[in-house]
Design a protein around this ligand. Structure first.
Ligand code: PGA
Length: 251
C-alpha cells in the first residue's frame, strides 16, 4: 500500500512571523490526518517551521538543494545545511526552477543523487507545458524527464522518492487536469519506472502526486483515482483551513 502524501509548496511566501502564525493554525487542524503531511518552506522559514511543528505529524521540507557538498555557489544551499535544520523532504526540479532558473534534466538528476546520498527524500517534479501538450508530446516529455531524473538511482532508493506530476499549464492558473487525465498521465510515469526498474517497484515503492491548482474542492475526486498518491499544493497551502481540507480530502 502506498501511503498518501500531501505536501505544501509555499514557494516564495511567508516571513518568519507569518510562518509561525500559519503553522499555529495548521497543526491542530491536521493532527488526526491519515495522509502523510509535509510542508516545503523557504530557507528563511525552515528554522521557525521546524520549531512550530516539533512533536507533530507534520514533516519538514525545503524547496531545492544543490548537488555540491559546499563551495562557491552563491545563493545555493547544501544538503548538510538542510539536514542540520531537520529537513526531511526536498522539492527538486519544480517547473518554476526549470522555467526561470535554468534547471535542466541534468541538474535535476544531480540534485536528486546528492539528496538521496545525504538522506534527504526528493519530491521530483515533472510535467509538460501547454505547448507540449497541444503538440501531442506528453508521453515523450514525461518519459524523458522521469528517466533522466532517476539516472543512477538504485532500486533500493525508490521508496525514498516521491514524484510530483505537475502539468505546467495547471500551476497557479486555477485550471486542473481532470482526475481521469491526471490518473492516466501518472500511469505513464509509473509505467516508465516499471520499465526502468521492475513493475513491482513501480507499483509498491514510488508515490506519485498530482500538483496544479489542487484545492479543497477537487482534492477528493483527484485522490480517489488509483494512480494518484497525493498532492503537491501551492496556493491552497498558504491558508491553514484550505490546506487542512486538502490533507483531509475525504472530509
Ligand atoms: P498551485 O501550485 O497549487 O498553486 O497550482 C502547485 C505547485 O506549483 O507545486
Amino acid at each position: 500500500m502506498r501511503r498518501p502524501i500531501i505536501a505544501g509548496n509555499w514557494k516564495m511566501n511567508n516571513t518568519k512571523a507569518q510562518t509561525y502564525a500559519l503553522l499555529n493554525d495548521l497543526v491542530p487542524l491536521v493532527a488526526d490526518a491519515e495522509a502523510e503531511v509535509v510542508i516545503c518552506v523557504p530557507y528563511t522559514s525552515i528554522w521557525a517551521a521546524g520549531e512550530a511543528i516539533k512533536g507533530t505529524n507534520i514533516h519538514l521540507g525545503a524547496e531545492n538543494v544543490h548537488w555540491a557538498e559546499k563551495g562557491a555557489f552563491t545563493g545555493e544551499i547544501s544538503a548538510d545545511m538542510l539536514l542540520e535544520q531537520g529537513v526531511e523532504y526536498v522539492i527538486i526540479g519544480h517547473s518554476e526552477r526549470r522555467q526561470y532558473f535554468g534547471e535542466t534534466d541534468e541538474t535535476v538528476n544531480k540534485r536528486v543523487l546528492t539528496a538521496l546520498a545525504k538522506g534527504l527524500k526528493p519530491i521530483i517534479c515533472v510535467g509538460e507545458t501547454l505547448e507540449e501538450r497541444e503538440g501531442g508530446k506528453v508521453e515523450e516529455v514525461l518519459v524523458r524527464q522521469t528517466t533522466e531524473a532517476l539516472k543512477g538511482v538504485d532500486k533500493d532508493q525508490l521508496d525514498k522518492i516521491v514524484i510530483a506530476y505537475e502539468p505546467v499549464w495547471a500551476i497557479g492558473t486555477g485550471k486542473t487536469a481532470t482526475a481521469q487525465d491526471a490518473n492516466d498521465t501518472i500511469a505513464i510515469i509509473r509505467n516508465t519506472i516499471a520499465k526502468l526498474y521492475c513493475p513491482k517497484c513501480a507499483e509498491e515503492k514510488v508515490r506519485i502526486q498530482y500538483g496544479g491548482s489542487m484545492n479543497p474542492k477537487n482534492a477528493k475526486e483527484l485522490m480517489a483515482m488509483p494512480q494518484i498518491d497525493g498532492g503537491l499544493i501551492g496556493g491552497a497551502s498558504l491558508k491553514a483551513v484550505d490546506f487542512s481540507q486538502v490533507v483531509k480530502y475525504n472530509g
